[in-house]
Design a protein around this ligand. Sequence first.
Ligand code: PMP
Length: 359
Amino acid sequence: MSRFLSKKYADLTPYVPGEQPKDMQYVKLNTNESPFAPPYAVAKAVEKEAKLCRLYSNPTCSLLVDKVAEVYNVKPSQVLPTNGSDEILHFAFMAFCDKDTPAIFPDVTYGFYEVFAQLDGVPYKKIPLMEDFSIDVRDYFGVNGTIFIANPNAPTGLALSAMQVEEILQNNPDTIVVIDEAYVDFGGESVVPLIDKYDNLLVTQTFSKSRSLAGARLGLGFASEKLIADLNAMKYSTNPYNVNRMTERAGYVALCKQAYFDKKCKMICENREYTASALKNLGFTVLPSKTNFLFVTTDAIDGKTLYEKLKEKGVLIRHLGGERTAKYNRVTIGTKKQMDVFLQKVQEVLKEQKNGKNV
Ligand code: PMP
């Protein structure tokens, strides 16, 4: 930290993204990316659009917004595209939290919520998950703050039903409820259809997971027209051209290729169930996941050691540490071949651990 950094950031602990080591080729199961490339039509359209990049992008992203509205059956005025869903989440902290309206989120959830609260200097309260890492929706009734819930949750992978989310909305009619649906396409229930019914609901989604566009940075916010206008005020006060023209085009073409992504999501769900049952056979506890990752633990080896030993063997998973989660690791679901390598290496590590080698 330099001596010039504003004092208001003295206590800021920035978000730590998953590692991207370049020392060797890893089976990379640590950042919940898709193992599948986007369809060729996306790359082709991006290449064409790049020829126009001397020109600013369209700040309203109308090509993409109209397509989103058609695919999700909402009005264009109920959609806001952003630079990854991290950006729409940050806009929500900026627009809907302040000293009288704290941010409220589970104690085990997406780490960026706490970072945004710190960055924006808003108070926040963490509500502990239940012992089994599930959310008790009653804990969120009448909480008098802006609620942020990742559904399905990360890193646990557990999901609330749309009915449970609706109970939270019904019990907080005068505060904003943000439902972060980054992983919803892997078996969760979306509450986008509820935005007409609840004027306090903001739903965020991303193209980073189910649509294979993590590197393009594209997120979406869905909400009532008035909330989208508030969020647009944040956008036009920070970065009006937040979605670049190549990304807008990539998102548009991706939405035209829905069948391709549905097929890939189905494959990931199949690989997830295959991996979950193989890990259970090896003695792991595996939380029931509705995402493209598994949250797993075993008594045979501690979480951090398993992560380190797998890294030595060329397989990267995510060890998050943390009070309640240090025993666990988060494993992104890749191709069947990648998951077989992962399972093979896990077995090797467990065998070495049992034989007392390299401990
Ligand atoms: N929400 C959750 C729960 C996430 O895990 C992530 C990905 N790290 C995001 C939002 C943000 O994803 P992106 O900015 O790539 O859309």
